[in-house]
Ligand binder design. Sequence first.
Ligand SMILES: NC(=O)C1=CN([C@@H]2O[C@H](COP(=O)(O)OP(=O)(O)OC[C@H]3O[C@@H](n4cnc5c(N)ncnc54)[C@H](OP(=O)(O)O)[C@@H]3O)[C@@H](O)[C@H]2O)C=CC1
Ligand SMILES: O=C(O)CCC(=O)C(=O)O
Length: 420
Amino acid sequence: MHAASMLDQALTRLDDAARHLDLDADVLEKLKYPRETTKVRLMIRMDDGSRKSFMAWRCRYDDTRGPTKGGIRFHPDSTMEEVETLAFWMTFKCAVMNLPYGGGKGAVQFDPHTLSKAELERLSRAYVQAFAKIIGPDRDIPAPDVYTNAMIMGWMADEYASIVGEATLAVITGKPIALGGSLGRDDATARGGYYLVQRLARQLGLEPGARVAIQGFGNAGQHIARLLAGDGYSIVAVSDSKGAIHCPTGLDVDKVFKAKGQGSVTYLAGADGISAIPSDELVSVDCELLVPAALEDMIHEGNAASVKARIVLELANGPITPEADAILADGNVVVLPDILANAGGVTVSYFEWVQNRQGYYWPVEDVHARLKAMMEREGDAIWALAQDKGISLRSAAYVHALSRLAGAIEAHGTQQFFTS
Ligand SMILES: NC(=O)C1=CN([C@@H]2O[C@H](COP(=O)(O)OP(=O)(O)OC[C@H]3O[C@@H](n4cnc5c(N)ncnc54)[C@H](OP(=O)(O)O)[C@@H]3O)[C@@H](O)[C@H]2O)C=CC1
Ligand SMILES: O=C(O)CCC(=O)C(=O)O
């Protein structure tokens, strides 16, 4: 898909949701455009003494419900349109979960595999130097996303502290535990999706033993594999950026982790009845549950009809295009939508922010219990709304979020509304 049309495509979900609510036109006008997007060219010194520049963005899409929140992505294909679209989704995700946040997102356009660790640290710190006036614990709070992690969040938090002259832990989440991170943030994205599947398993007709295919084997993909396999689900296919593997009788998840540790899940191809399959065939594998956990637009008009799974758990943001959504709906495939299914990550980020502000840290059991309760509360509400209105879970999630956003926009009053 052409990047320029990405936000327009995402906005079709807003229009769809608006049809189910009696909204003031001002609400839609406010949510149709990003509030602010800042673009900076970052310049760092490379290990060989040369200087190199990198395009970077931070978007604060909407802050009606609170400071903007969302991850920072390091990826060679990132664009401003992608950042704005991801920030739009964050706005709705935070509203779905009733977190006191608006939506934001950031990115640097480069391939992190091409930089040394020291160069990566300089670039991460340069990002914070450039955006120090935009981020802040009550303004805009970054976190990890694709190809960023706790180590990078630690460098960024450290850089921010040195700029403002005091430790400000709540400026960024997904930090190392040693630097004010929350227990349970590492697997929170997958765990939130897992709690949702557990909660809706009966309605979805899913049970342990069901076959699962997982696209992407990073933070989200690895943790969902571990959690579902631990419950007796059979992981029959996985992929990463280098390719995909398939084993109809079920993969040994420990061996997949070992292969990934050595470089790629594809290293297992050829062993124990495991075959290599083309990456784009992962979504067509015969299974009950398909888990996209990589990038956007992986299920599109061209391959949606080949999906054999009955249920799709969207751990990735935007893995299904609107055209593919319609094809899946025609085939009675139930989609657990991204703004609910992967909201565990930002929810535990919120817990981290709360703990940083309290200066009091929770045991992991408390983090899990609170996350579970929130996933079940919002999951139940969205399920009931979908049943009641006869609409998809995605439409119901957007309606659920939009009614909260509309309430907040209206409560701000017109002066605030037009000048903020
Ligand atoms: N981290 C978080 O807290 C959250 C993440 N998400 C979303 O989840 C998705 C995954 O993020 P996350 O797990 O954090 O990112 P990671 O960087 O940890 O992992 C990304 C994974 O996707 C794989 N990948 C990249 N391109 C392809 C491809 N073309 N086909 C198959 N696999 C591919 C990568 O492969 P390789 O390992 O070979 O590089 C890697 O395994 C994204 O959409 C992200 O926005 C959503 C909510 C929160
Ligand atoms: O943890 C966060 O604050 C945001 C995570 C994120 O970027 C996402 O949910 O897409």
